[in-house]
Write a protein that binds this ligand. Structure first.
Ligand SMILES: Nc1ncnc2c1ncn2[C@@H]1O[C@H](COP(=O)(O)OP(=O)(O)O)[C@@H](O)[C@H]1O
Ligand SMILES: [Mg+2]
Length: 348
């Protein structure tokens, strides 16, 4: 155990601070932490202020099942920091979890953290300060789209275009990269969470059943699909009858969910189209040859690649281990930084 902790000595760390999941990658070790970006808060006795009672997996298991004094929040929801203090506490908690306080703080590492393209300077500063406060010697921030491309193994430093579409929980990031820089970057607040929301409201409106966020996500993973060729049958679900308040069971199928998701998926496709329209002609030509690459958990929605291919005409590749791309990409960025190959568009 001690040896394990000591082995983090001086290791450099990459953090994918996602809206849904936080993933920590350590050079030479790979992914060593992968937890929901969630925090459970309890009201202090007397009602003054709130206290953190759980973070990550522990907080997620409480979701939708808490009594009045406890709430589970996602401080990064929508790709921006909704709550600075809680985000800072969450970063500290995860960093602390990497090793004992002593070993970690004695030689604080360089930490690379990725931030959504749409985040403001104030938010970026806040993330950086939280990591410094947690004991990092140096903190580098890189844009999510760039990290996703690096993690997907795209040839970002070459003089040809690579396009990456990272679909997370809160945001979809679209980036076109050439010669190590983002030629185009855009972030829209439509991604996995929005899909869950639409599924919940469809089931409430059509079937009169109330379900929680966790169930909505489960339905999406099991029978959600973006294209008829990726239909995945039906599923029985349980929840609370919206009218009588009693527990109820219904069957939902893949096709009805697909219909309800049409507008949301169209918005993602539109964001990709806008990126294509804004790409300089020489680079567009490269995209016809290379296609685009999907990363992030949203890339796992069945048939999304087929839909995007049909709507844009581009070849669509799904990255290997899409959920881990950004974290791995931050890890690759660590190497570029230590080699002084600083062609990355780094954020101050
Ligand atoms: N098999 C799957 N099918 C569809 N969506 C999925 C699947 N697995 C995960 N997701 C979704 O991916 C999103 C999380 O992706 P992630 O890249 O970790 O987001 P973030 O970077 O914002 O933390 C969630 O909305 C989750 O529901
Ligand atoms: Mg992400």
């Amino acid at each position: 155990m001690l040896r394990k902790l000591l082995s983090y000595f001086g290791s450099d760390v990459a953090i994918d601070l996602g809206t849904a999941n936080t993933i920590v990658y350590v050079k030479g070790k790979g992914v060593i932490l992968n937890e929901p970006s969630m925090v459970a808060l309890a009201l202090e006795k007397g009602g003054y202020g709130k206290r953190i009672i759980a973070v990550g997996h522990d907080a997620k298991t409480m979701l939708g099942k808490t009594p009045g004094q406890i709430e589970v929040i996602r401080p990064m929801k929508d790709g921006v920091i909704a709550d600075f203090t809680v985000t800072e506490q969450m970063i500290k908690y995860f960093i602390k979890k990497l090793g004992s306080r002593k070993s970690f703080f004695s030689i604080p590492p360089t930490i690379v953290i990725c931030v959504p393209c749409g985040s403001t300077q104030v938010e970026r500063r806040a993330i950086k300060d939280s990591a410094l406060a947690a004991g990092a010697r140096r903190v580098e921030l890189i844009e999510e789209a760039m990290a996703a491309a690096l993690g997907a193994g795209l040839p970002v430093s070459e003089a040809r275009a690579s396009m990456v579409v990272d679909i997370g929980g809160g945001t979809t990031e679209v980036g076109v990269i050439s010669l190590g820089g983002l030629v185009y970057a855009n972030s829209i607040r439509i991604a996995g969470d929005k899909v869950d929301e639409i599924i919940s409201s469809h089931i409430r409106n059509k079937h009169g059943l109330l379900i929680g966020d966790t169930t909505a996500e489960e339905i999406k993973k099991q029978i959600g699909s973006a294209h008829p060729s990726a239909d995945n049958g039906e599923m029985t679900i349980r929840g609370r009858n919206a009218y009588q308040g009693l527990p109820k069971e219904i069957t939902v199928n893949s096709a009805e969910l697909r219909d309800s998701l049409k507008d949301t998926l169209d918005q993602m496709v539109t964001a990709i189209r806008q990126a294509l329209e804004a790409t300089p002609p020489e680079l567009s030509a490269d995209l016809i040859e290379n296609g685009l690459t999907l990363t992030g958990g949203g890339a796992l929605l069945r048939g999304l690649d087929i839909l995007i291919n049909e709507e844009t005409g581009l070849k669509v590749n799904i990255a290997a281990e899409p959920l881990l791309c950004v974290a791995k990409g931050c890890g690759v960025a660590l190497d570029y930084i230590s080699d002084n190959r600083l062609y990355l568009n780094r954020i101050k």
